[in-house]
Ligand binder design. Structure first.
Ligand SMILES: Nc1ncnc2c1ncn2[C@@H]1O[C@H](COP(=O)(O)OP(=O)(O)O)[C@@H](O)[C@H]1O
Ligand SMILES: CC(=O)N[C@@H](CCC(=O)OP(=O)(O)O)C(=O)O
Length: 297
């Protein structure tokens, strides 16, 4: 008699089969937020998931942040990190630090991927003219060198994917005069997912997903149609960094990305659970005509 434990393992693999077929050769953009990078074990778990996606035939692209690490270094040099509506107020000195810190995080992730036997290339939005920006204002306020993505040139990403590299992107870009700008990593991931017509965009953050009450995980909402997501923002249920995240989800859905998810990067293998099981996890934002699976909202 075969041990039930092994049968269960086989069952998991069989459950994954239709998803492996569905996503074969499809581009999946994973936005890996700084809040879900708090320790090495967590980083390794997230990166292992992305490596597995690559090994089973997906084409993952990682776009990462590092907001907490930037703030730590801004504090170290005696400055005070400042945000307006979730965007860092970025003067010249902060821009210099942000670019250095994000490049450091980028190479750490590249090394981690390569230690797992997959070839990775880390680039910023400057490389290959990937992310072009114009200066962004927050509710009319000047927030310094913060860029709004105006154009994505995805050729560098296609070239890397074609050569079987896993691209890892950090959110710094240039304007028409080649000045350097800091870009919110959610904005960068969304713009890239749209430009490469990604099958899926997944945001890995430090919360279960979108919650009706941010302090009560039992109020997690599994699925939201676009108009419901907009209403949650306008009714004031959503605040802080979740506002740009949801706005980017809506933008991505309205611009051709098939499925958009907000996942808890602290849960080991949340990305795999979301993609390879039919249980789902976190919050999915759906097109208006997208059918809900859970029907609990
Ligand atoms: N209704 C809500 N549901 C979930 N998170 C919310 C909500 N309102 C505010 N938030 C905040 O948004 C944060 C996620 O955004 P952010 O800190 O920018 O993440 P990341 O660094 O991963 O991009 C959560 O940790 C939470 O504190
Ligand atoms: C303009 C702006 O706010 N840029 C962000 C870029 C990094 C980022 O977005 O990191 P997370 O995804 O970890 O939040 C910043 O300086 O913090």
């Amino acid at each position: 008699m075969v041990n039930q434990k092994y049968l269960d393992k086989a069952e998991v693999l069989i459950e994954a089969l239709p998803y492996i077929q569905r996503f074969n050769r499809k581009i999946v953009v994973v936005k890996y937020g700084g809040s879900a990078m708090i320790d090495q074990e967590l980083k390794e778990n997230v990166i292992k998931d992305v490596v597995l996606l690559k090994l089973v035939g997906f084409k993952p692209i990682i776009v990462h942040g590092g907001g907490k690490e930037i703030s730590r270094w801004v504090g170290k040099v005696g400055m005070e990190p400042r945000f307006i509506n979730g965007l860092r107020v970025t003067d010249e000195a902060t821009m210099e630090l942000a670019e250095m810190v994000l490049a450091k995080v980028n190479k750490e992730l590249v090394t981690l991927v390569q230690s797992l036997g997959i070839k990775a290339v880390g680039i910023s939005g400057k490389d290959g003219g990937l992310l072009q920006v114009e200066k962004k204002y927050s509710d009319g306020q000047d927030i310094g060198y913060v860029g709004e993505v105006t154009q994505v040139n995805p050729k560098i990403l296609y070239d890397l994917l074609e050569k079987d590299f896993l691209p890892i992107v950090f959110p710094v870009g240039t304007d028409e005069e080649f000045k350097t700008y800091n870009i919110n990593a959610d904005d960068a991931a969304c713009a890239i997912a749209e430009a490469v017509h990604a099958e899926k965009l997944a945001f890995l953050s430090d919360i279960e997903g979108v919650c009706r009450d941010v302090n009560d995980p039992s109020t997690l909402i599994s699925e939201l149609h676009v108009h419901e997501a907009e209403k949650l923002i306008s009714d004031g249920y959503v605040g802080g960094g979740m506002i740009p995240k949801i706005k980017n989800c809506i933008d991505a859905i309205e611009n051709g990305v098939n499925r958009v998810h907000i996942l808890d990067g602290r849960i080991p293998h949340s990305l795999l659970l979301e993609i390879f099981t039919n249980k789902g996890i976190g919050t999915a934002i759906l097109r208006e005509d997208g059918e809900k699976y859970y029907h609990e909202n």
